[in-house]
Design a protein around this ligand. Structure first.
Ligand SMILES: Cc1cc2nc3c(=O)[nH]c(=O)nc-3n(C[C@H](O)[C@H](O)[C@H](O)COP(=O)(O)OP(=O)(O)OC[C@H]3O[C@@H](n4cnc5c(N)ncnc54)[C@H](O)[C@@H]3O)c2cc1C
Length: 505
């Protein structure tokens, strides 16, 4: 159903002829989602707005003619595609300015098209940083902080990105411009809450609205101090590059444990001691994908059994300190904890992979390698709760995963989950990744089947393992575990988007 010509022309008058298209080959490129994922409906037109005012006008036109719309940047996730036919896509990449870096008050004001690789490297130059999702350098910082999930490799010593929102400029689903927090009183970008009751949670609570609540046009994020150099000391060329920071103040240590309980205990103790920048129980098959440059190399490594032996139940720790003395202290405390909890160092060749690519703990340059085998990224769980609860969720994974492995539908990698603590162990996040066999005739069904089994296991066990997703049926099924949050979400959606045009599901 092509967009009626008069509506197209009205939109064209807003962004200019250069910044709108409904040509079939352009739309074909946009609807080509990740190969492993479901094929999304094609948008009817794509627009590249250049300012908040243009976005406002587009949203108003969409409301006037009941045209669904969705804002996206990199479309690295299935929810960044139209949820139904007749949609126009606002591709936000033209709005790519870092508007301000405030070194004194430690915040940065950014537009939606600012990429992780762009902001991170600018901030390094002035001794500042922020938690970067492991999505890769091309991901949008704003989409991650305000619209999607937000977990990251460094959140043990920092937090999820939603905790860093310091100001929001938002075009409501109906086209009103709203500025939240201190910005509402022209007091600048230092606080996203108030005055009065905070509206921040309408945009992002634990997760964002996945394009279902208007368009976020600018945000401010709080910044942390950066302990590294002003530029990455990179050697070699991509994909075979190395980034090693000075070992006096930056050190990777990786340990392996006989049981999950011991990994949990070590994680909790490290949190209590408030040491370390990054602490992760990381995925071993995903790690093998990241460590290799081709599918053949992956299979060689995986079939060697090295990662199963060394990284089935690991704890990765990245220490980052201001001084060698502080490093000495942190390392001593860490080694005591590991000795007390029964861990031992992993094989040197495994450790070297991370020593040579310390960017893994900051800005993972090669993350898209995880898409190599299946062509898709199909995460399960994604919720957060106490560290202990996340380990209970993990222990229950074999109950539903074994069947899929025995049927040959997914790779035999039952420990391919990560648990990353937040804020020195005050809570933790879990993510389960599975690699499915895309040569099977039923390959397309496997991801949904597996995710359903994972959700059903959480419901059966009363586990807070799965983040209620943007799919109403799944959110409804999980709702009773989360105070029926789906009912509140729907009521808010109905109130703010009466036409149901902001990426309706
Ligand atoms: C391999 C892989 C690894 C990942 N790892 C992580 C991870 O470690 N941590 C994590 O948090 N996420 C991760 N993700 C999920 C997701 O891709 C990220 O959250 C990412 O930051 C989103 O950025 P993007 O540029 O891809 O946004 P998009 O994919 O373009 O958009 C993400 C969502 O935000 C909405 N959106 C985008 N811009 C706007 C806007 N201006 N206004 C309103 N809505 C908007 C979109 O509609 C969509 O629903 C990963 C994804 C992949 C494929």
């Amino acid at each position: 159903m092509p967009l009626p010509r008069p509506i197209y022309e009205e939109l064209e008058r807003v962004v200019g002829v250069e910044n709108i298209s409904d040509r079939p080959y352009i739309l074909a490129g946009i609807r080509a989602a990740m190969p492993g994922g479901p094929k999304p409906p094609s948008p009817e037109a794509v627009l590249l707005p250049g300012s908040t005012e243009e976005v406002r006008q587009i949203v108003r036109i969409c409301n006037r003619y009941h045209v669904p719309y969705i804002a996206t940047v990199s479309s690295l996730i299935q929810f960044a595609y139209p949820s139904g036919p007749g949609t126009v896509m606002l591709q936000m990449k033209r709005m790519n300015q870092i508007e301000e870096i405030n070194v004194e008050d430690r915040y940065a004001v950014i537009q939606p098209g600012v990429r992780q690789g762009q902001l991170f490297t600018e901030l390094m130059k002035v001794g500042l940083t922020y938690p970067v999702a492991a999505v890769g350098p091309a991901g949008s910082v704003l989409a991650n902080f305000a619209c999607s999930s937000g977990d990251n490799h460094g959140q043990h010593g920092a937090s999820r990105t939603n905790r860093y929102l310091a100001g929001i400029e938002w075009i409501e689903p109906t086209g009103e411009v709203v500025r939240l927090g201190s910005l509402a009183n022209d007091d600048g970008w230092f606080c996203a809450d108030g005055p009065g009751p905070s509206l921040r949670g309408l945009i992002k609570g634990f997760a964002g609205q996945w394009g279902g609540m208007g368009v976020v046009t600018r945000i401010a994020i709080s910044l942390n101090a950066w302990r590294g150099p002003r530029a990455f000391p990179t050697e070699g060329r991509s994909p075979a590059y190395q980034i090693r920071l000075d070992k006096k103040c930056h050190k990777v240590l990786i340990f392996k444990f006989p049981t999950l309980d011991q990994v949990r205990d070590a994680m909790l103790e490290i949190g209590k001691a408030e040491i370390g920048q990054a602490v992760l129980k990381y995925f071993y098959a995903t790690a093998a994908l990241l460590a290799t440059e081709s599918a053949n190399e992956f299979w060689e490594l995986w079939n060697s059994g090295l990662f199963q032996k060394e990284l089935s139940l690991p704890l990765y720790v990245f220490l980052s300190t201001w001084s060698p003395e502080e490093m000495e202290y942190e390392e001593r405390v860490l080694r005591d904890i590991i000795a007390e909890t029964g861990g031992e160092a992993v094989d040197e060749q495994v450790l070297r992979i991370y020593e040579d690519n310390m960017d893994f703990f900051m800005l993972v340059g090669f993350l898209q390698r995880v898409l190599r085998l299946g062509g898709g990224w199909a995460p399960c769980k994604l919720s957060a709760d106490s560290v202990t609860h996340m380990f209970e969720v993990a222990k229950a994974i074999p109950d539903f995963m074994t069947e899929f492995i025995e049927q040959g539908k997914i790779l035999n990698a039952p420990n391919n989950f990560q648990i990353i603590p937040l804020e020195y162990g005050h809570s933790a996040h879990i993510e389960l990744l599975f690699l499915w066999d895309r040569t099977r005739p039923d390959a397309k069904q496997i991801p949904m089947e597996f995710m359903r089994a994972s959700i059903e296991a959480d419901i059966k066990n009363g586990h807070h393992g799965t983040m209620p997703p943007g799919i109403p049926a799944a959110a409804g099924a999980l709702g009773h575990l989360y105070s029926n949050s789906q009912r509140w979400a729907q009521a808010i959606k109905n109130a703010f988007d009466p036409q149901g045009v902001s990426n309706p599901h």
